[in-house]
Write a protein that binds this ligand. Structure first.
Ligand SMILES: Cc1cc2nc3c(=O)[nH]c(=O)nc-3n(C[C@H](O)[C@H](O)[C@H](O)COP(=O)(O)OP(=O)(O)OC[C@H]3O[C@@H](n4cnc5c(N)ncnc54)[C@H](O)[C@@H]3O)c2cc1C
Length: 411
């Protein structure tokens, strides 16, 4: 975190999260990475006990009523933990957003509050075996009748498939409507008959129980609809803010942790009679990493302020996507350079860098791939640039031959 950007409350929050990070048992981390755990509920209970879940949500539901500018401080600090723990922590922010903005009072009491209090585990089910990027092409359907929706379909890669108590599931309620109006969001309790069909063997980010779940003509009560029928697209766009901000801020924290381990190592490790940090090839990697991490952290902070300001949602959407893409790529590069700095031992499980590298790889894929982030960034940028006139000096006209109109050929 960039110290100058923090206020006293945020510094105090950072310290509280440090306490949570320190309290996580080492054995839990090892057991998760060894796939001996599929859902560490005790971690969520510990975070809830410290009132650190769902920070942005109102006090009456157990939150702290904070802003994005605060939550990113917690997320970045929490990035020191393995990614699966960060993911479970973030899911409260992501799923909570749907209840907070679109849920009815009874839904907030029944789901949001116990989730923030660590009594219920939540999961989100967007991705289908047929594809995650093409979200609006979902094929899971919900057909209404007799006070119920009959839910049929399947979702893939759902973190918490095994351990969550409920899933937020997007399904087509009007398959003939245009994509964005065809979907609705439902809260589906595990006990309603959700079947877990497969748990994936993952390269990293283990211990969250990412699986494929199946809905076989499941009866979901009408009151489980979140928002209006057909409002799923709108809910999705709002949920993508926490989805991607949590990825972005957590990535910065992971990068910072990897860099610290590698930099300390480089101050102790010797080669050719000198500390390896005295080789420019090593210390310049450290310098590059420091600069990248600070740039990433500042971008997340600026994005948080843009969301909190609430004045330009399209700009916020672009900045959130920039943050997700940039921070996750920075994390990948920094962790990779940390491994290089440490030589062979960095590739072993004597240090956690190899786990971080496995974790970091996922961040460029999930919560919307970085290619999808590029789609959004360029779309919003062109839309903004070409939609407004020239607001500043006409720099293009400053070229010596700028008035050679015949040379400005576009087709
Ligand atoms: C461990 C793990 C945990 C996950 N957790 C969850 C979860 O809890 N809940 C959930 O719902 N999902 C979850 N996901 C799913 C994740 O969000 C998706 O994997 C991701 O969105 C990509 O979808 P896909 O895998 O179907 O790839 P595809 O959509 O098939 O994409 C494949 C490739 O094509 C590219 N591509 C696709 N469309 C375009 C386009 N228009 N322009 C440019 N490139 C394109 C993609 O960038 C990618 O490189 C998780 C995934 C993993 C691996």
């Amino acid at each position: 975190m960039i110290e100058a950007l923090l206020n006293d409350g945020q510094r105090a929050l950072r310290d509280e999260i440090r306490g949570l990070v320190k309290a996580v048992p080492r054995q839990l981390i090892l057991d998760m990475d060894a796939d001996k755990v599929t859902y560490p509920k005790e971690f969520l209970e510990e975070a809830a006990k410290r009132k650190l879940l769902g920070l942005r949500f109102p006090h009456e539901y157990g939150g702290r009523g904070l802003k994005w500018a605060d939550e990113i401080v917690a997320l970045e600090e929490g990035g020191a933990l393995p990614l699966a723990l960060g993911c479970l922590y973030s899911l409260v922010s992501i799923c909570g957003e749907a209840f907070h903005l679109f849920g009815r009072e009874d839904q907030k009491r029944k789901y949001l509050q116990p989730t923030i209090e660590g009594r219920l585990g939540c999961a989100e089910a967007l991705t289908e075996p047929r594809g995650g990027s093409d979200f609006f092409g979902a094929t899971t359907v919900a057909v209404r009748g007799g006070g119920y929706y009959r839910l049929t379909g399947q979702k893939r890669f759902v973190v918490g498939a095994e351990g969550a108590d409920y899933f937020l599931v997007y399904a087509k309620t009007d398959p003939n409507a245009p994509g964005r109006e065809s979907l609705s969001l439902f809260v589906v309790e595990k006990d309603m008959g959700v079947e877990v069909k497969h748990l994936y063997g993952l390269m990293g980010t283990r211990g969250g129980g990412a699986g494929r779940i199946l809905f076989r003509d499941l009866r979901v009560p009408e009151e489980c609809l979140i928002g209006r029928e057909g409002q799923g697209g709108e809910v999705f766009y709002r949920m993508m803010i926490p989805e991607r901000m949590t990825s972005a801020a957590g990535a910065v924290g992971m990068a910072r942790s990897a860099l610290e381990i590698a930099a300390r190592y480089s101050d102790k490790r010797k080669a050719f009679g000198m500390k390896i940090r005295d080789f420019q090839a090593v210390s310049f990697k450290v310098a590059d990493s420091v600069a990248k991490i600070d740039a990433a952290s500042a971008l997340v902070h600026a994005s948080a302020l843009q969301i909190d300001g609430g004045q330009n949602n399209r700009l916020a959407r672009r900045m959130v996507s920039e943050s997700k893409k940039f921070c996750t790529e920075v994390a990948w590069e920094v962790v990779n350079d940390a491994m290089q700095t440490m030589g062979g031992i960095g590739y072993t499980n004597v240090y956690p860098i190899e786990r971080m590298l496995r974790d970091a790889r996922l961040m460029m894929i999930w919560t919307g791939t970085n290619e999808v982030m590029n789609l959004i960034i360029q779309h919003e940028y062109y839309r903004d640039l070409l939609g407004r006139g020239l607001e500043t000096r006409d720099i293009e006209a400053d070229a010596a031959a700028a008035d050679e109109a015949e040379e400005k050929v576009y087709e």
